[in-house]
Design a protein around this ligand. Sequence first.
Ligand SMILES: Nc1ncnc2c1ncn2[C@@H]1O[C@H](COP(=O)(O)OP(=O)(O)O)[C@@H](O)[C@H]1O
Ligand SMILES: [Mg+2]
Length: 595
Amino acid sequence: MFENAFGVISRIAGPFITAKYMSKARMFELVKIGKERIIGEIIRVDGDLAVIQAYEDTEGIKLGERVFLTGESLSVECGPGLIGQIFDGIQRPLTVIADKTGPFIKRGEEAPPLDRKKKWYFKPKVKKGSKIIGGDIIGTVDETSLIEHKVLAPPGLKGTLKSICTEGDYSVTDLIAEVQTAEGTEKLFLMHKWPVRQPRPYNRMLHPSTPLLTGQRVIDALFPVAKGGIAVISGGFGTGKTVLLQTLAVWSTADVVVYVGCGERGNEMADVLERFQKLKAPHSDQPLMDRTIIISNVSNMPIIAREASIYTGITLAEYYRDMGYDVAVMLDSTSRWAEALREISGRLEEMPGEEGYPAYLASRLAEFYARAGHVQTLGGEERYGSITVLASISPPGGDFSEPVTINTLRLAKVFWALDPGLAYRRHYPAINWFMSYSEYLPVLEPWFRNVAEDWQILCGDARNLLKEEEELREIVALIGAEILGDKQRCVFEAAKMLKECFLVQNAFHPVDAYCPIYKTHKILRLLLDFYKKAKIAVDSGVPLIRILSLPVREKLGRLKIAPMENFDEVYSNISKEMNEQIEKLISEIRQGSTP
Ligand SMILES: Nc1ncnc2c1ncn2[C@@H]1O[C@H](COP(=O)(O)OP(=O)(O)O)[C@@H](O)[C@H]1O
Ligand SMILES: [Mg+2]
């Protein structure tokens, strides 16, 4: 980075530094502060004065020290070597120390995000003389076992290929190609830089039409999210937001996952890393980290640095989207980001909006979430990619009417409301089925109908059962349980089975953690089938208690932990036993009642 001008520190207030002689500074320009060259960003320019937010601890920095302008905005390096890495909020690679005290980096340390020494085997895909526009694939590199890295012409480029290197080993800074443009010659490398606050352009935005499958039954069946969509997880402390996001990072059907941890608990990110490093990617024998990028704020970075990590994360996601991948971005938790905005705004003495958040909270969130979506990418060749954002919010006291939840829900089409009552009963994922919703159900219907004709009917029946149970519950609360007949009790029992055998899913169980869509459908079908048959039996006069003590019920309960290898066999056995056992009860009653 070129240090082209400097100012002098006139005030230090925690992570906020004011410097004078800064008339040349631009908003959001990156600066280096003091002897240690700590990184900061300009957040206000006022004549000769500039306010800077430091991305590192400012302890020991003195008045009168210099602030250097860099002429650059906060940018990320886009190129091979991102996948499998763990970065801090401003894309510094973190070395993870073994004793689990968490990711660690020295103050003012400058390590390039992408390894300058590593050689990548590059295969060119274009020929000298061909026309090149931004987004075109210049060539490929096998980045990991799962990701073929498409080396892209940077957005905005237009010209004719003057030269291209031969197939072989290159580092990210070796010259790969030269493009003759109207202005001159543009050099291309395996990497290019992109400013994080500027969305990467695409050709056009499309409507989402396929689900991002999560392997979580309650989500895939009742509240699915589409690839390119936004889903919000909101819930108080300990309701399972982090576990759910991590589970989705592990199991969802994205090509690339960017996991951003604005951790609420110190060592959480070290745990994530340890867990992810041991796991395999879904449907493959390859390491999970071969499709994952982790961004983590380290403990010695000020709270405000959380803002940068959100932007760094989404920019890297856009870069892989532009290659034609489906990317999922997990943000845990966006409340910490909103708090950073509140703190910055407070320091700048701006007029506060609701609950002290800046008045521009809503527009800042909207700008950010607009970067999610299903798009046709830049480039001459037709290519599609998507970014699905899955964001957690931790509302104080679990109150969903607070500004961050309200403003985010305006932008998201999926809401997974976590319920402390369910979490307390260890019903995980604690997704409340009355408060949660997915507005993608209609657009995803054709996709799910392809999985199974009766998909929509079954999901509708499941919802109705839960609703019916709730209505009965209200009646019972008013009049008491004594008035219930076997018919109504049957609703309670069926709803209980639906919860225990289907909605509850243990994220730490080797089989249950992930439920393929095929299995989700089959379990739901069998449970609802049991309910239907039980109703017929009750109508025929079979006492409910006898249905509840059928041996097949226990087997139904264990269906979710049946491994896929022999699932079909287990399924048809249970189905057969169920029919036989219930029919036997009915025929016994009929025989008993015949004179
Ligand atoms: N799907 C799940 N399966 C099993 N246990 C879970 C699940 N979700 C949450 N838990 C339990 O709840 C605890 C708190 O969850 P966590 O995700 O850390 O909450 P939050 O991030 O909302 O504060 C976890 O440590 C775990 O014991
Ligand atoms: Mg958490």
